[in-house]
Design a protein around this ligand. Structure first.
Ligand SMILES: C[S@@+](CC[C@H](N)C(=O)[O-])C[C@H]1O[C@@H](n2cnc3c(N)ncnc32)[C@H](O)[C@@H]1O
Length: 188
């Protein structure tokens, strides 16, 4: 994990372009995600926005603990190639399936979701929110990154979640701010 942490730190100060930067979650957010995912109900575990696979590694550790697996979606070929190397080097291939493509093109293939981490471009959050929440199993969790760092861009989806009768939602001040939603039991 540490070489990706070093590269991410450098990216932020050496002029690397936005598209090329890894833009990873900080370590405490990784711990938080792993802890939440380990408590998720039955259902698929997915991640939207892999980059080089740093956050996926935290989730993969929890997946292994729960004897389940993670499917992670990455739209950029160069990032998907980096992530494939990460999973192979760390021996996490057995718990992580990497899909190179736009998550929104794969939504129809999904069944019930037990856990989702959303960390993609901010302009797709709203569509991803709708696609994921309608598929969350009872007690299923959606965690969306950047709820505080990009609060202005994400305000519509945050307000949607806070007003959504299907979920309990809160913004947690950890890392860049995590919008945490838990699907209620019972009919929508
Ligand atoms: C902030 S980075 C993800 C960082 C990663 N979660 C981590 O913490 O290590 C966002 C990534 O989402 C990818 N992305 C953006 N829109 C996407 C989409 N619609 N489907 C899949 N990946 C997407 C970008 O190419 C980028 O690599």
């Amino acid at each position: 994990m540490s070489h990706l942490e070093d590269r991410d730190r450098l990216d932020r100060v050496d002029g690397t372009s936005h598209l090329e930067r890894l833009r990873q979650i900080p370590r405490d957010t990784g711990r938080f995600l792993a802890l939440l995912a380990a408590s998720a109900p039955p259902g698929a575990w997915i991640e939207i926005g892999t980059s080089a696979g740093y956050s996926s590694m935290w989730l993969a550790l929890a997946a292994r603990e729960r004897a389940t697996s993670l499917t992670t979606f990455e739209i950029l070929a160069v990032k998907a190639a980096l992530a494939a190397d990460t999973f192979s080097l760390t021996g996490l291939d057995d718990v992580v399936s990497l899909v190179h493509g736009d998550f929104l093109d794969h939504v129809s293939e999904l069944g019930d979701i037990g856990f989702c981490f959303l960390d993609a471009e901010k302009d797709v959050y709203d569509q991803c929110y709708d696609a994921v929440v309608s598929r969350l199993a009872p007690g299923g969790l959606l965690v969306a990154d950047n709820a505080i760092s990009h609060e202005i861009d994400l305000r519509p989806v945050i307000e949607k979640a806070l007003d959504d009768p299907r979920v309990d939602a809160v913004v947690v001040p950890i890392g860049k701010g995590e919008l945490l939603c838990r699907r209620k039991s019972g009919p929508a």
